[in-house]
Design a protein around this ligand. Structure first.
Ligand SMILES: Cc1ncc(COP(=O)(O)O)c(C=O)c1O
Length: 427
């Protein structure tokens, strides 16, 4: 099936905006994506038609209560969670993790061990090092190979043991773009009785996610990275969530998921998140017919969502290849991630690179002048930037295409970079 990029792009009003007649190119997606009109419309409708707190006897409250229930169901479909009760909403991934880590920590004792990764975003590192400090836990570090940009899971075997209680690892790196083998990590952790806490913020926007297939215990993501509003989401295995003691106020629900959803939620955020899920279901239904059969084990909306991601990832791999090929032809550019064309299924299209003789922030500023939006720095992947030896050198330049970006936009980036790079100018 051909990829109808025009129909996709037409869904996103922001993509049509120009500044002084220069189109905007959004390659800042790993830090936050643009939203389809239907997401913004759903949020507006929530604010106009269902704007009340939960549990009242009047129309707006009934609608808000229904909306919150429906949003849990939508995310359960999105992640193939066994039940909507296992979906916990919160402000963002970082806040949810800092919050849940306290409850999780109540299960641990001094001397217990946790495993953190050198590849992860700090939101899946510092909540746990703080917990370790509070409780006297031992932190063991899983390194990654800085030449392949992947974990060697034999190294995980070396540090996993019967004292390990928790393994925290990312689905995909926001720095290198590496997609990690969460299924194997979860299996290994389970074999010693440890829980897994998966930061899927950067994998969820690109690849199908099925928490049951992954075999993990917690998985967190953020809707603003997958074309929704600023909204954090956690999935947790029911028996674990039910066994945790929540930090909550007395009148709040004692049942999952309400006991972990502190205070009043952003109902408009939930409305937008649900609509983002339905956006993917729409793609799955109308464009990804070739992928329905392979996703027949999912039912209804879940089947369409999973087909959509299979379909979109094929397109994204093409973007990644074009971007990496082009970058590698530029003088003085070093890509900080998997470049092998045969291994593009092991990365998302988020590509970080450094340039000889140029500070990453200067490159980002020069691109911004051409209305090309990219990030520079360590992007909170503190451990990864340190491991790669770029933490003290301004980090990297990060270009993050998603399914609404085009090959032509990548070409415009490459031409602009060729103008910016010092050695290219000399040549
Ligand atoms: C891999 C990863 N984890 C966690 C986060 C933090 O997410 P949030 O802003 O929802 O707290 C980010 C944000 O960029 C991220 O890229």
């Amino acid at each position: 099936m051909t990829y109808d990029i025009d129909t996709i792009r037409a869904q996103f009003p922001a993509l049509a905006i120009t500044d002084n007649n220069v189109p905007r190119i959004y390659f800042d997606n790993p830090a936050g994506t643009q939203v389809p009109r239907r997401v913004a419309d759903a949020m507006t409708a929530c604010l106009f038609e269902a704007n009340a707190n939960l549990g009242g006897y009047f129309t707006t409250s009934e609608r808000a209560t229904q909306l919150v229930d429906d949003a849990h169901t939508a995310m359960a479909d999105f992640l193939n969670a066994p039940s909507p009760d296992e979906i916990v909403f919160g402000q963002n991934m970082t806040t949810i993790t800092l919050h849940l880590s306290r409850s999780i920590g109540r299960k641990f004792k001094r001397g217990d061990e946790i495993i953190l990764s050198r590849m992860d975003h700090d939101a899946n590192v510092t909540p746990w090092t703080l917990l370790a400090r509070d409780l006297g836990l031992i932190v063991r570090w899983l390194p990654f190979d800085t030449s392949t940009f992947e974990f060697d899971l034999a190294k995980l075997d070396e540090i996993l043991n019967e004292k390990t209680r928790l393994v925290c690892i990312g689905g995909a790196s926001n720095m290198t773009g590496t997609l990690n083998d969460i299924r194997t990590v979860s299996k290994k952790a389970r074999a010693v009785g440890a829980w897994t806490y998966i930061d899927a913020v950067q994998s969820v926007p690109h690849v199908p996610t099925d928490v049951q297939e992954l075999g993990c215990d917690f998985l967190v993501c953020s809707a603003y990275k997958f074309f929704g509003p600023h909204q954090g989401i956690l999935w947790g295995r029911r028996e674990i969530l039910e066994s945790l003691e929540p930090y909550k106020v007395r009148p709040a629900s004692d049942d999952i998921p309400g006991c972990f959803e502190t205070g009043t939620q952003s109902h408009e955020g939930l409305a937008g998140t649900m609509e983002a899920v339905d956006y993917f279901a729409w793609i799955g239904k109308t464009m990804a017919g070739d992928y329905h059969a392979r996703n027949a084990r999912y039912k209804g909306r879940s089947q369409y969502v999973h087909a959509a991601f299979d379909f979109l990832f094929e397109y994204e791999k093409g973007l990644a290849k074009h971007l990496i090929d082009g970058l590698q032809q530029l003088p003085g550019v070093r890509v900080q991630g998997v470049t092998d064309p045969a291994a593009l299924h092991r990365r998302v299209p988020t590509v970080s690179f450094v340039v000889e003789q140029l500070a990453p922030s200067d490159v980002a500023k020069a691109l911004a002048k051409k209305n090309i939006f990219v990030w520079s720095g360590h992007n909170y992947a503190v451990e990864a930037a340190k491991a790669l030896g770029i933490y003290d050198k301004g980090g990297a330049i990060r270009v993050g295409p998603v399914h609404y970006n085009t090959v032509q936009e990548i070409d415009r980036l490459l031409v602009s970079l060729a103008e910016i790079l010092p050695r290219a100018n000399v040549a």
